[in-house]
Design a protein around this ligand. Sequence first.
Ligand code: COA
Ligand code: ZN
Length: 306
Amino acid sequence: MTRIFFNEVVTRDGFQIEPNFIPTDEKIALIDGLSECGYAKIEVTSFTSPKAIPMLRDAEEVMGRITRVPGVEYTVLVPNLRGAERAMESRADEFNLVMSVSETHNLANLRMTREQSWASLTDVVRYVDGRTPINVSLSTSFGCPMEGDVPQAEVLRWAQRFAGLGVRGLSICDTTGMAHPKQVAQLMETLQQHVPHIEFTLHFHNTRGMGLANVLASVQVGMTRFDGSLGGLGGCPYAPGASGNMCSEDAIHMLDAMGHDTGIHLDKLLQLARRLPQVVGHDVPGQVAKAGRITDLHPAPSCPAA
Ligand code: COA
Ligand code: ZN
C-alpha cells in the first residue's frame, strides 16, 4: 500500500476559469471544508495580477480568513516578485512558482519569454531566501495547444535548471490534457533518474478523458504526489481549449479502491463535491459524486408480478 499525497487545487485552478465571480465567503467555506478532509496540501489562491485573473482578486482576504488546520500546507500560485511579496505577507506555507515549457504558452499566460520568466523566478527564489519552501509548476510539459509536441529534453532541461536553484518540488503539468499514459511513464522515469532529490507532483487535466489513466501510469513508476480539483473543475484561461482538471474525488476513489492510502476522508469530500454545483452555478464533470462509491449498494428493483 503506497501513501499518496493530494494537493487540492479547486479554489485556484478550478475557479480561475469560471465566468461568474464566486463570493469570497463561499471560497473560504469551501477551503475550510477541504481542510477537514485530510489533504496534504491545498492550493488556496494565486497572487497574480487581478486584471489577468479577476476571480482571484480576493487572494489576501481568503488567505487571511481561512482556518488553517495543522498538518495541511496552504500553498499559493506566484508568477513574479510582486506576487511573492504578497504571498509572504499572507504567510503562505509554500510558493508555487509557474512558467511554461512552451514559449508560446508562456508568452500567452505570463506575457514573458521563458528566459524572462527564468530571470523573474530566480529573483523570487533569491527574495524568498529559504524562508518558505518553493515548488515550480512547469506548464504544458506534455504538449502545448499552440506548439504541439513538447520535447522531453526540454522538460528535463527546465527541471534541471530549477533543481539547481534549490527548489523543493516541481509540478509536471499537463495544462490542456494532452498527456497519455505511455508518455507519462517515460517522462517521469527520465525525470526521477536525472533530477534526484526533488518532490515531483503530477498535474493532469481530463480534457481528453485520460486523467485517471495518467494517474495510474504515474503510480506505476513510483509517483506519489498529485494535484486534483474537486468536481473536476478548472483550466488555464490563457490556453486555448483548456478544460477540467483531473477530478480529485474520482482519483481518490480509484486509488482507495486499489488499496492505496490517500489519507483522505472520501465521504466528507463527496459531500463537498455534491454541493459544488450550487457554488459555481452549473453541473460539474466529476463522476463518483453522482454515481456513488463502488461500495454503495442499492436495493434490488422489485420484480414485476408474474
Ligand atoms: N499581483 C498584483 N498585481 C500585479 C502583479 C501581481 N503579482 N504583477 C503585476 N501586477 C500589476 C502591476 O502592478 C501593473 O498594475 P498597473 O497596471 O495598475 O500599473 C499591472 O499588473 C501590469 O504589470 P506588468 O508587470 O506589466 O505585468 P503584466 O501585465 O505583463 O502581467 C503577470 C504579468 C504574470 C502578472 C500576469 O500576466 C498574470 O498575472 N498572469 C496570470 C497567469 C495565471 O495565473 N495563469 C493561470 C495559471 S497557470
Ligand atoms: Zn492546471
